[in-house]
Ligand binder design. Structure first.
Ligand SMILES: [Zn+2]
Length: 283
């Protein structure tokens, strides 16, 4: 069920929204990033790893959205890391007595019964200055930024040339901005793309949170595509983006796009500033 994308790095793609779980082989076990969505998929992954004699020795959630915070009992009790802001956001979510109902609003009803929520969000926050995941395996550099969700982190497995991008650089999903927590969601997103661009030269394999795996050539292409979308959104232009066009994978994305446009328009009305004011960078 696992597909190798680089030496010692394997993925499992969920039936739900092409979500990619990533397994990185270490010395005595694996690092598991964004473990999956459906209970039977995570259980099968756990069994598969056990058969290979590869226990999960560490977990990591790229960001505090439900589909990146799940876990299955069969995966064991390894520490599950995230950035400090990711962990704090998850804790905050779980402190609401109605959290399951709140999350249920986001889960498509047809899969709701197959998504195990009991272990959702038990994330150990890594102190803000932590550069790498503490584990016994290839170094996983944490690239934290504030696009898409609070405390979102991409991971760069430097020795393997693999960038695990979380919910950025997808070939099927448009950029979804953090319109709740960010004071300047457009600029935060553009800044995050610049950060990823800064490591692009070290990347041979790009693993987005949702969508297909890209080679080295795809890194700049997808950064450019995401940047083009975010700038179009900022300027309230119609984006020419294949992820929204007639050949798009998901027909609900134009609705997401419209929603982002409207919320950004409301923000700039409220702030008394045109939307484009937020951008410092435009080259
Ligand atoms: Zn997300």
């Amino acid at each position: 069920m696992l597909r190798q994308v680089a030496e010692g790095v394997l993925i499992h793609q969920s039936e739900f929204c092409q979500s990619n779980a990533v397994v990185v082989h270490g010395r005595v076990g694996v690092l598991l990033i964004d473990p999956g969505i459906l209970g039977y998929e995570m259980a099968a992954l756990a069994d598969n790893l056990r058969e290979l004699g590869q226990p999960v020795v560490a977990g990591f959630s790229t960001h505090p959205h439900w589909d990146h915070l799940l876990w299955h009992a069969r995966l064991g009790a390894a520490p599950r890391y995230g950035t400090a802001r990711c962990a704090a956001t998850a804790r905050n979510l779980l402190s609401d007595a109605r959290w399951k109902a709140r999350i249920a609003e986001w889960i498509p009803p047809d899969i709701a019964e197959q998504v195990p929520l009991d272990l959702l969000g038990f994330i150990t926050g890594l102190p803000a200055e932590t550069a790498r995941i503490p584990w016994d395996g290839p170094q996983a550099r944490i690239i934290e930024h504030q696009a898409h969700a609070p405390g979102h982190a991409a991971l760069l497995i430097e020795e393997r040339g693999v960038l695990i991008a979380g919910d950025m650089l997808s070939d099927v999903l448009i950029p979804m901005l953090d319109l709740n927590d960010s004071a300047d969601p457009i600029e935060d997103y553009l800044a995050a793309l610049r950060l990823l661009e800064g490591v692009a030269g070290d990347v041979d394999v790009l693993v987005p949170g949702h969508g297909s795996i890209g080679g080295a050539d795809q890194v700049h292409t997808r950064i450019g595509q995401d940047r083009g979308y975010v700038r179009a959104l900022r300027d309230a232009r119609v984006p020419s983006d294949p992820r929204l066009g007639p050949s798009a994978t998901y027909d609900w994305l134009p609705g997401v796009h419209e929603g982002q446009l409207q919320r950004l328009a409301r923000r700039s009305e409220r702030d008394g500033t045109p939307g484009w004011r937020s951008s410092i960078e435009d080259s």
